[in-house]
Design a protein around this ligand. Sequence first.
Ligand SMILES: O=C(O)c1ccccc1N[C@@H]1O[C@H](COP(=O)(O)O)[C@@H](O)[C@H]1O
Length: 205
Amino acid sequence: MSVTKIKICGLRSEEDIRIVNRFQPDYAGFICCSRFRRYVPSDTLEKLSKLLHPGIRKVGVFVDQPVEQIAQIARRQQLDIVQLHGCEDERYISELRQLIPSEIRIMKAFQIHSAKDICQAEASTADDVLLDGGQGSGQTFDWRKIESMNRPFFLAGGLNPENVEEAVRLLHPYAVDVSSGVETDGHKDEEKVRQLISRVREMDV
Ligand SMILES: O=C(O)c1ccccc1N[C@@H]1O[C@H](COP(=O)(O)O)[C@@H](O)[C@H]1O
């Protein structure tokens, strides 16, 4: 059985929480940046958090926001992971590290275009790194570029129930991270979530 972890991201409603509680991914992601369509305001996130199964770790996704704002949300919402999905640099990560409790992990997302992006991801001081093709746009990238990645990583970008097994088999990510690929008409689709999770968990890797 696969040990690959699974993150379902972009949850917005009580129905989405019901779906993840049923199929139990390892992580649930919430978009905390108001510029994006899957944004969840703090009061909604608080309500959804109360409904989330306690065994599913809670990830807040931020894009180039002030570190003080992230720290406040991370504490108030008791996030397990702060995901930085913009152009945040090393200095930014160390400033944020000073402001949040050490048990909250910092995950830095890198959009992979060139070898330089891989080098930056490998050298990042973030607790975790995520390799992606976009920002929740369902856009994949050239997986061959990361075949020799030298640290564990979350893999995102255009994953779906049809391609996730190939991604796990080829790249051996620590975790797969999916948003658009488990949606239909912009909403989480229970059957797609079920298929994705069961296909990853049934893999023998
Ligand atoms: O999902 C979003 O709306 C989003 C907005 C801003 C930054 C990141 C966002 N999502 C992240 O994108 C990947 C999943 O992308 P995909 O839709 O499956 O291709 C994942 O890391 C989300 O956290």
